[in-house]
Design a protein around this ligand. Sequence first.
Ligand code: THU
Length: 131
Amino acid sequence: MNINWDELRKVANESMQKAYAPYSKFPVGAAALTEDGRIVAGCNVENASYGLGLCAECSLVSNLTMTGGGKLVAFTCVDGHGNILMPCGRCRQLLFEHSAPNMVLETVSGLKTIDEVLPDAFGPRDLEERK
Ligand code: THU
């Protein structure tokens, strides 16, 4: 599939503008392409109870589920300056759950697959094998 990274980054930046980040003052926007060609997006949503803040990727996977589900083939994430941001460890796990095989992420060190950013991941198949 041909991936329009400029378009994905544009949507990530627009989403970043919607972030609710009054505590960290670190807005984040994320965007991803689904297997069926949709773009889903998210922003971080913080909370006065600091530890309850939601990352942009949480918002993105909720958006994915709410708009028909499916698997993600490409992902990008930006900070408040529009610079590429690596998804945190927890969010790599969130993305892995909804990833198409060989999902590609735009990272600070170029394009990488989900397996490269989360090697030997624990996932749905592990639960199946141990039933
Ligand atoms: N943040 C994200 O939204 N995604 C990440 O992958 C890294 C961190 C948010 C969480 C918090 O609202 C802010 O960035 C500062 O950590």
